[in-house]
Ligand binder design. Structure first.
Ligand code: GLN
Length: 309
C-alpha cells in the first residue's frame, strides 16, 4: 500500500526536490515569474478520504494547462462527443503545447487534441452559458465540486497578466476563427480562457480532483457521479497520450499513469482505481513540466508499482 504517512511522502519530496535547481520558473506569463523555484509540495488523496501531504501544502498555484482536462470534461458534458470532436482531434502532436505549425500543415485545419493550447481554446469556446461570466461560474462550480472546496476561485493578477501578453494564443484563435473552428469574439474567448487557466488551488485540492478521475468520475466521499464514466475515461486517455506535452511518451514509459501538468508547476495524477496525486513545483524543464514533480512521480511509480502498463 503506497505512502501511508506524511513523513514517508516528505522523504520522497526531499529527494525529488534536489532536481529543482536544474529547472526554471515560467516567465512568458509575467506574473508566474514571482514563484519560488525551490518549492515542492505534494499530496495524495485516497478514495476513503484519507490524505497525506508534504512540503508547504498552503501554497496556492494556478492550474494553467491542468484546467484543460476539466474544461474538456465540462464541454463534453455540455455538447457531447460528436460536437466536441468535430472541432478538436484526438491525436498527440509531438510539438510544444503552444505550437501553431500543425494547425496550418494538418488537414482539416482543426487542432489535433484538447491538451495543446489551440485545442483547449476550441474546447473552452464550447463551454455553455449566456456570457463569459456565466461560463466561468459554471466551470468554477464544477471545479469546486470536484475538489470539495467551495472557496476556489481564480487569481485576478495572473489572469490579467496572461490576458495582456497572450499574443500567440490570440494568433491561434484568429487562425481557428478563419477556419470556422471557433465562431466567438476572440477577446471574449481569451477573457474566459485566461481566467480558466488562473483558477487557483493547493496540492491537496488537486489530489482530490485527481482522485475523482481515478475513480471514474465518482466523488469518493459522497458517491456522486460528478463526471460521467465515459467522459472520465476520455479525459484520462488524453492525460496519458498528451497530458505531459511533448514528453507524454517518455512519461508513459517511466511513470505510466494518467497525469496533466501546467506551466505554473502543478501536476495532477490519477492512479486508476487507487488514488489521486497533486504536486506543485514551479521549476520547469525545457518542455514546461515541473522538473522536481516529474522526479517525484518517477520515484513514486517505481517504489509503489504505479504504472498501469
Ligand atoms: N495559460 C497557459 C497558456 O495558454 C497554459 C499553458 C500551459 O500550462 N502549458 O499559455
Amino acid at each position: 500500500m503506497p505512502c501511508r504517512t506524511n513523513e514517508e511522502l516528505q522523504n520522497l519530496v526531499e529527494e525529488a526536490k534536489r532536481e529543482a535547481p536544474a529547472g526554471k520558473v515560467a516567465d512568458y506569463i509575467p506574473a508566474l515569474e514571482k514563484a519560488n523555484s525551490s518549492d515542492l509540495s505534494a499530496a495524495i488523496f485516497y478514495p476513503d478520504g484519507t490524505c497525506y501531504s508534504a512540503g508547504d501544502i498552503k501554497d496556492q498555484f494556478t492550474l494553467q494547462s491542468i484546467s484543460k482536462v476539466i474544461s474538456l470534461a465540462l464541454a463534453l458534458m455540455d455538447r457531447g462527443e460528436e460536437k466536441v470532436f468535430s472541432l478538436v482531434g484526438q491525436e498527440p502532436t509531438g510539438d510544444p503545447f503552444n505550437s501553431i505549425v500543425k494547425l496550418e500543415s494538418h488537414s482539416p485545419n482543426k487542432p489535433l487534441n484538447p491538451m495543446i493550447n489551440a485545442g483547449a481554446l476550441a474546447v473552452t469556446h464550447l463551454i455553455a452559458g449566456v456570457d463569459v461570466t456565466e461560463r466561468l461560474e459554471r466551470l468554477l462550480c464544477f471545479i469546486q465540486d470536484l475538489t470539495g472546496n467551495h472557496s476556489i476561485t481564480y487569481n485576478k493578477d495572473i489572469a490579467e497578466s496572461e490576458f495582456e501578453t497572450a499574443f500567440l494564443n490570440r494568433a491561434l484563435c484568429y487562425f481557428m476563427k478563419q477556419h470556422c473552428v471557433i465562431d466567438e469574439d476572440v477577446e471574449e474567448l481569451m477573457n474566459l480562457y485566461t481566467k480558466q487557466c488562473a483558477i487557483e488551488m493547493n496540492s491537496l485540492d488537486l489530489a482530490r480532483m485527481g482522485c475523482v478521475l481515478a475513480m471514474d468520475g465518482v466523488d469518493p466521499l459522497n458517491g456522486r457521479q460528478l463526471i460521467p464514466f465515459h467522459i472520465a475515461r476520455i479525459c484520462k486517455t488524453f492525460m496519458v497520450t498528451c497530458g505531459m506535452y511533448n514528453a507524454s511518451g517518455e512519461f508513459a514509459i517511466k511513470v505510466g499513469i494518467p497525469a496533466k501538468s501546467g506551466v505554473s508547476g502543478g501536476v495532477m495524477g490519477a492512479v486508476p482505481g487507487r488514488f489521486g496525486i497533486g504536486i506543485y513545483g514551479p521549476a520547469l524543464d525545457e518542455k514546461g513540466n515541473s522538473i522536481a514533480g516529474l522526479k517525484l512521480l518517477d520515484i513514486m511509480s517505481k517504489k509503489y508499482s504505479l504504472s498501469m502498463f
